[in-house]
Write a protein that binds this ligand. Structure first.
Ligand code: URA
Length: 219
Protein backbone atom coordinates (compact mmCIF):
# COMPACT_ATOMS: atom_id res chain seq x y z
CA UNK A 1 0.00 0.00 0.00
CA UNK A 2 1.15 3.53 -0.58
CA UNK A 3 0.50 6.80 1.21
CA UNK A 4 -1.53 7.98 -1.76
CA UNK A 5 -4.71 6.13 -0.80
CA UNK A 6 -7.39 8.82 -0.80
CA UNK A 7 -9.30 7.79 2.32
CA UNK A 8 -6.93 6.08 4.74
CA UNK A 9 -3.52 6.73 6.23
CA UNK A 10 -0.62 4.28 6.09
CA UNK A 11 -1.25 2.56 9.46
CA UNK A 12 -4.98 2.09 8.79
CA UNK A 13 -4.09 0.44 5.50
CA UNK A 14 -1.51 -1.73 7.29
CA UNK A 15 -4.11 -2.99 9.76
CA UNK A 16 -6.51 -3.89 6.95
CA UNK A 17 -3.71 -5.63 5.09
CA UNK A 18 -2.76 -7.73 8.16
CA UNK A 19 -6.42 -8.68 8.50
CA UNK A 20 -6.27 -9.94 4.91
CA UNK A 21 -8.67 -7.27 3.67
CA UNK A 22 -7.99 -6.03 0.14
CA UNK A 23 -8.29 -2.30 -0.38
CA UNK A 24 -8.88 -0.39 -3.57
CA UNK A 25 -6.21 1.89 -4.91
CA UNK A 26 -7.21 4.94 -6.89
CA UNK A 27 -5.61 4.76 -10.34
CA UNK A 28 -3.40 7.62 -11.45
CA UNK A 29 -5.67 10.18 -13.12
CA UNK A 30 -5.05 10.49 -16.88
CA UNK A 31 -2.82 13.42 -17.75
CA UNK A 32 -5.17 16.35 -18.20
CA UNK A 33 -4.29 18.95 -20.81
CA UNK A 34 -5.20 22.26 -19.15
CA UNK A 35 -8.11 24.20 -20.68
CA UNK A 36 -5.92 27.16 -21.54
CA UNK A 37 -3.16 25.05 -23.14
CA UNK A 38 -4.25 26.02 -26.66
CA UNK A 39 -4.25 29.75 -25.90
CA UNK A 40 -0.86 29.38 -24.21
CA UNK A 41 0.48 27.57 -27.27
CA UNK A 42 -0.81 30.34 -29.54
CA UNK A 43 0.91 32.93 -27.37
CA UNK A 44 4.14 30.91 -27.30
CA UNK A 45 4.17 30.69 -31.12
CA UNK A 46 3.46 34.41 -31.43
CA UNK A 47 6.32 35.28 -29.11
CA UNK A 48 8.81 32.73 -30.47
CA UNK A 49 12.30 33.99 -31.29
CA UNK A 50 14.00 30.58 -31.28
CA UNK A 51 15.38 30.91 -34.82
CA UNK A 52 16.37 33.77 -37.14
CA UNK A 53 13.05 33.57 -39.03
CA UNK A 54 11.63 35.64 -36.16
CA UNK A 55 13.56 38.62 -37.57
CA UNK A 56 12.24 38.31 -41.13
CA UNK A 57 8.60 37.32 -40.57
CA UNK A 58 5.71 39.77 -40.71
CA UNK A 59 3.85 37.55 -38.27
CA UNK A 60 3.67 33.93 -37.17
CA UNK A 61 1.16 31.56 -38.78
CA UNK A 62 -0.20 29.30 -36.06
CA UNK A 63 -2.76 27.32 -38.04
CA UNK A 64 -6.47 27.41 -38.67
CA UNK A 65 -9.53 25.24 -38.22
CA UNK A 66 -11.22 23.18 -35.57
CA UNK A 67 -9.42 21.97 -32.45
CA UNK A 68 -11.83 19.01 -32.57
CA UNK A 69 -10.91 18.07 -36.14
CA UNK A 70 -10.54 14.42 -37.12
CA UNK A 71 -8.28 15.37 -39.98
CA UNK A 72 -5.14 17.50 -39.64
CA UNK A 73 -3.26 18.73 -42.67
CA UNK A 74 0.39 19.67 -42.34
CA UNK A 75 2.04 21.83 -44.96
CA UNK A 76 5.57 23.10 -45.20
CA UNK A 77 5.81 26.73 -44.16
CA UNK A 78 3.98 30.02 -44.70
CA UNK A 79 4.59 31.75 -48.01
CA UNK A 80 4.27 35.44 -48.90
CA UNK A 81 0.46 35.72 -48.51
CA UNK A 82 0.34 33.55 -45.40
CA UNK A 83 3.02 35.72 -43.78
CA UNK A 84 0.95 38.81 -44.65
CA UNK A 85 -2.40 37.41 -43.48
CA UNK A 86 -1.35 35.13 -40.59
CA UNK A 87 -3.28 32.15 -41.99
CA UNK A 88 -1.94 29.02 -43.73
CA UNK A 89 -2.68 28.28 -47.38
CA UNK A 90 -4.35 31.51 -48.42
CA UNK A 91 -2.66 32.03 -51.80
CA UNK A 92 -3.50 30.28 -55.08
CA UNK A 93 -2.32 26.97 -53.65
CA UNK A 94 -4.63 27.57 -50.71
CA UNK A 95 -7.62 27.94 -53.01
CA UNK A 96 -6.76 24.59 -54.57
CA UNK A 97 -6.38 23.05 -51.11
CA UNK A 98 -9.87 24.36 -50.26
CA UNK A 99 -11.20 22.70 -53.43
CA UNK A 100 -9.48 19.43 -52.43
CA UNK A 101 -11.13 19.63 -49.02
CA UNK A 102 -14.49 20.37 -50.65
CA UNK A 103 -14.06 17.18 -52.67
CA UNK A 104 -14.03 15.39 -49.30
CA UNK A 105 -17.17 17.25 -48.27
CA UNK A 106 -15.15 19.40 -45.87
CA UNK A 107 -14.19 23.04 -45.43
CA UNK A 108 -11.13 24.44 -43.70
CA UNK A 109 -13.28 24.94 -40.59
CA UNK A 110 -13.86 21.18 -40.33
CA UNK A 111 -10.18 20.24 -40.32
CA UNK A 112 -7.07 21.72 -38.75
CA UNK A 113 -4.41 23.11 -41.09
CA UNK A 114 -0.91 23.72 -39.80
CA UNK A 115 2.59 23.93 -41.16
CA UNK A 116 5.90 22.45 -40.06
CA UNK A 117 7.28 26.00 -39.71
CA UNK A 118 5.23 28.79 -38.19
CA UNK A 119 7.31 31.52 -39.87
CA UNK A 120 8.00 32.23 -43.52
CA UNK A 121 11.50 31.38 -44.75
CA UNK A 122 12.85 34.33 -46.79
CA UNK A 123 12.07 34.02 -50.52
CA UNK A 124 10.09 30.85 -49.75
CA UNK A 125 13.27 28.78 -49.57
CA UNK A 126 13.05 25.27 -48.12
CA UNK A 127 13.03 25.08 -44.31
CA UNK A 128 16.45 24.45 -42.77
CA UNK A 129 16.85 21.44 -40.45
CA UNK A 130 17.67 23.75 -37.48
CA UNK A 131 14.46 25.73 -38.11
CA UNK A 132 12.46 22.51 -38.25
CA UNK A 133 13.94 21.17 -35.04
CA UNK A 134 13.19 24.44 -33.22
CA UNK A 135 9.62 24.60 -34.57
CA UNK A 136 8.36 21.00 -34.54
CA UNK A 137 7.65 20.97 -30.78
CA UNK A 138 4.84 23.44 -31.58
CA UNK A 139 3.41 21.10 -34.19
CA UNK A 140 3.72 18.13 -31.83
CA UNK A 141 1.77 20.05 -29.19
CA UNK A 142 -0.88 20.99 -31.75
CA UNK A 143 -1.26 17.32 -32.70
CA UNK A 144 -1.39 16.26 -29.03
CA UNK A 145 -4.11 18.83 -28.33
CA UNK A 146 -6.30 18.27 -31.41
CA UNK A 147 -5.78 14.48 -31.39
CA UNK A 148 -6.79 14.04 -35.04
CA UNK A 149 -7.63 10.57 -36.30
CA UNK A 150 -5.53 11.12 -39.38
CA UNK A 151 -2.65 13.36 -40.41
CA UNK A 152 -2.07 14.35 -44.01
CA UNK A 153 1.39 15.50 -45.03
CA UNK A 154 0.81 18.02 -47.77
CA UNK A 155 3.77 17.82 -50.11
CA UNK A 156 7.25 16.39 -50.21
CA UNK A 157 8.93 18.63 -47.62
CA UNK A 158 6.26 18.01 -45.02
CA UNK A 159 6.31 14.25 -45.70
CA UNK A 160 10.09 14.12 -45.47
CA UNK A 161 10.21 15.88 -42.13
CA UNK A 162 7.25 14.06 -40.60
CA UNK A 163 8.39 10.62 -41.75
CA UNK A 164 12.11 11.29 -41.45
CA UNK A 165 12.74 9.95 -44.92
CA UNK A 166 14.08 11.20 -48.23
CA UNK A 167 12.01 8.81 -50.38
CA UNK A 168 10.36 10.33 -53.45
CA UNK A 169 6.81 11.55 -52.77
CA UNK A 170 5.35 9.12 -55.28
CA UNK A 171 6.59 6.15 -53.26
CA UNK A 172 5.07 7.57 -50.05
CA UNK A 173 1.53 8.10 -51.42
CA UNK A 174 -1.34 5.62 -51.04
CA UNK A 175 0.08 4.16 -47.82
CA UNK A 176 -0.78 4.55 -44.17
CA UNK A 177 2.38 5.52 -42.31
CA UNK A 178 2.81 5.30 -38.56
CA UNK A 179 4.36 8.37 -36.96
CA UNK A 180 6.12 9.05 -33.68
CA UNK A 181 2.93 10.86 -32.57
CA UNK A 182 1.00 7.55 -32.93
CA UNK A 183 -1.37 9.21 -35.39
CA UNK A 184 -1.55 7.51 -38.80
CA UNK A 185 -0.37 9.66 -41.68
CA UNK A 186 -1.07 9.80 -45.41
CA UNK A 187 1.04 11.70 -47.91
CA UNK A 188 -0.31 13.65 -50.85
CA UNK A 189 0.82 16.28 -53.33
CA UNK A 190 1.28 19.91 -52.40
CA UNK A 191 -1.34 22.05 -54.15
CA UNK A 192 1.41 24.39 -55.39
CA UNK A 193 2.98 21.38 -57.12
CA UNK A 194 -0.40 20.48 -58.62
CA UNK A 195 -0.75 24.01 -60.00
CA UNK A 196 2.57 23.51 -61.81
CA UNK A 197 1.83 19.88 -62.74
CA UNK A 198 -1.91 19.62 -63.44
CA UNK A 199 -1.39 16.18 -65.05
CA UNK A 200 -0.97 14.82 -61.49
CA UNK A 201 -4.38 16.09 -60.33
CA UNK A 202 -5.83 12.68 -61.23
CA UNK A 203 -3.41 11.06 -58.77
CA UNK A 204 -4.26 13.68 -56.15
CA UNK A 205 -7.91 12.75 -56.63
CA UNK A 206 -7.02 9.10 -55.90
CA UNK A 207 -5.22 10.30 -52.75
CA UNK A 208 -8.33 12.16 -51.63
CA UNK A 209 -10.41 9.02 -52.04
CA UNK A 210 -7.80 7.11 -50.03
CA UNK A 211 -7.92 9.77 -47.30
CA UNK A 212 -11.73 9.62 -47.23
CA UNK A 213 -11.75 5.81 -46.95
CA UNK A 214 -9.04 5.75 -44.28
CA UNK A 215 -10.79 8.40 -42.23
CA UNK A 216 -14.05 6.42 -42.37
CA UNK A 217 -12.18 3.30 -41.20
CA UNK A 218 -10.54 5.18 -38.31
CA UNK A 219 -13.93 6.41 -37.02
N1 URA B 1 2.54 26.24 -48.62
C1 URA B 1 2.56 25.59 -47.45
O1 URA B 1 3.12 24.51 -47.34
N2 URA B 1 1.94 26.15 -46.41
C2 URA B 1 1.28 27.31 -46.50
O2 URA B 1 0.72 27.74 -45.50
C3 URA B 1 1.27 27.96 -47.74
C4 URA B 1 1.91 27.42 -48.78
Amino acid sequence: MTDYHPYMNHSQLNILQRMGIETWQLRQAPLEIPQNAWENLQLAVKACTACPLACTRTQTVFGVGSTKAQLMLVGEAPGFYEDQQGEPFVGRAGKLLDAMLNALGLTRNDVFIANILKCRPPNNRDPLPEEVSQCTPFLEKQIAFVKPKLLVAVGRISAHFLLKTKSPLNTLRQKIHQTSTDTPLIVTYHPAYLLRNPQDKRRAWADLQFIRRTLAEQA
